[in-house]
Design a protein around this ligand. Structure first.
Ligand code: NDP
Length: 422
């Protein structure tokens, strides 16, 4: 095996495919699928050992109103119902006047970590004394960000216990996510610490906490909008508030509550060519800020208004990384009218809130399955090989079946085909 993959990274995608086909027994049909993926721009150069392009569907959510502007939101997801729910939630919230979104700050923190520290105060004192010098070193490590009006802003230390100390650098990364410029600056600082403080550093890397890139989306919905009859509308409002409260109390529920929010958040983050693992990590860390994992959003019923709030750490970028390599990202930025990282942060938080509203409302009224089932039936129809012209007929038949499954889907599909032939 080792000989087969020797110098694999030097091969062309075609050669890699030939090796894999031989070693793993890929059929001709499977090889054709791997070969005929449309590549986006320089996507093959983004990663190592490139083989093919894995495509995900992109759709757009509509009806989103944020800070008095209407948005079309590109979303990339493989999950049925996500875009429908985002659009539906957005429409209801737009009717209520729309979402207000605010960016609290937009800074990135990085860490140079020291181990085997005997006296924390000696490190703390040294950093405090040399902070201007260290900030200058960081600036010199990536001077172009300073020219852009950003760059290193502050430096401090934290005692992590057990002899570990973190030197935290805070940087204004302007329009980038900033991982690489941060890491460059941190390694430069680590060099000075090793040379002048004579203390070995353990590692230097940005923190994905994102707690200095917080964005809040809020909305107030008149209760009367939640159902046709006043008493039912009041009930729906109360039940949405209760469902959100449960996510604050119960970590088991909070995970699912937050997954629903991330359905929308991730789909936009991917469409915008950003690092969704970073956004996921940041969101879940933020959800546990006070020591217990909690729902990221809160809905409260006061008098005749249901008010929803969602705060998320969103350390995203509109330049750098994959954003300028994947041509679709530029088109998606244009469609969503993104001109600054703050625009994108507000949009993502607003989508998360709309997604959450739609999910909670469905959950406490008709149940989640009613809306989902049609899309799930579509997926089931496609998974058994229904062609585009067969999908809608099969979906309808499956929707009328009790507890539909794959075997039934296959059987119904063959009946549809037999009926066509006769
Ligand atoms: P890049 O390394 O692509 O850097 C962005 C660059 O864009 C800047 O260095 C800057 O270069 C240029 N730029 C152009 N216009 C602007 C502007 N207005 N504001 C700021 N910069 C501008 O990307 P990032 O540093 O943002 O890093 C993101 C990538 O890092 C992602 O792919 C991510 O997956 C990856 N990553 C993530 C890690 C993590 O999250 N833990 C760890 C390591 C990597 P210049 O000024 O020189 O023109």
């Amino acid at each position: 095996m080792e000989a087969t993959f020797s110098q694999f990274y030097k091969r062309t995608p075609e050669q890699r495919l030939a090796i894999l086909a031989e070693t793993l027994g890929l059929s001709e049909a499977e090889q054709q699928i791997l070969k005929h993926r449309a590549t986006q721009g320089d996507a093959p150069l983004l990663i190592e050992n490139y083989l093919t392009t894995y495509q995900l569907p992109e759709g757009v959510a509509v009806n989103l109103r944020v800070n008095d502007h209407e948005y079309v939101v590109p979303m990339v997801t493989e999950e049925p119902s996500v875009i429908a729910a985002a659009s539906n939630g957005a429409k209801q919230l737009a009717k209520a006047g729309g979402i207000t979104a605010t960016v609290h700050s937009r800074l990135l923190t990085g860490q140079v970590v020291l181990s085997d520290v005997k006296v924390y105060a000696s490190i703390d004192d040294w950093i405090a004394l040399h902070q201007n010098e260290l900030l200058e070193v960081a600036k010199q490590a990536h001077p172009s960000i300073v020219k852009r009006g950003g760059g290193p802003k502050s430096i401090r230390t934290r005692d992590l216990g057990e002899g570990f100390v973190s030197i935290d650098l805070v940087v204004d990364v302007k329009a980038a996510m900033g991982a690489n410029m941060m890491n460059t600056m941190l390694e430069a600082i680590a060099g000075v610490v090793q040379n002048k403080l004579h203390h070995t550093t353990l590692f230097s890397i940005l923190s994905n906490a994102g707690d200095q890139s917080l964005t809040t989306a809020t909305v107030s919905v008149p209760v009367s909008q939640l159902a046709d009859q006043a008493d039912k509308a009041q009930q729906v409002g109360k039940r949405i508030a209760q469902a959100s409260r449960i996510a604050r109390l119960d970590p088991m529920r909070a995970v699912t509550h937050n997954k629903g929010i991330m359905n929308g958040v991730d789909a936009v983050v991917v469409a915008m060519g950003n690092d969704w693992r970073a956004i996921e990590s940041a969101a879940h860390a933020y959800a546990v800020t006070d020591g217990q994992y909690r729902g990221l959003s809160q809905w409260q019923l006061e008098d005749d208004q249901l008010t929803g709030t969602l705060t998320l750490p969103l350390p995203i970028g509109i330049v750098g990384g994959a954003t300028k390599v994947l041509p679709l990202v530029a088109i998606n930025q244009k469609m969503a009218k993104i001109n600054s990282p703050e625009d994108l942060m507000k949009l993502i938080a607003a989508v998360g809130l709309a997604q959450n509203f739609a999910a909670l409302k469905a959950l406490v009224t008709n149940g989640i399955q009613q809306g989902h089932m049609k899309m799930q039936m579509r997926s089931l129809a496609m998974s058994v090989g229904a062609t585009p012209s067969e999908v809608s007929v099969l979906t309808k038949q499956l929707s009328n079946t009790d507890d539909p499954n794959e075997a039934q889907a296959r059987q119904l599909l063959s009946q549809i085909r037999n009926n066509k032939e006769t």
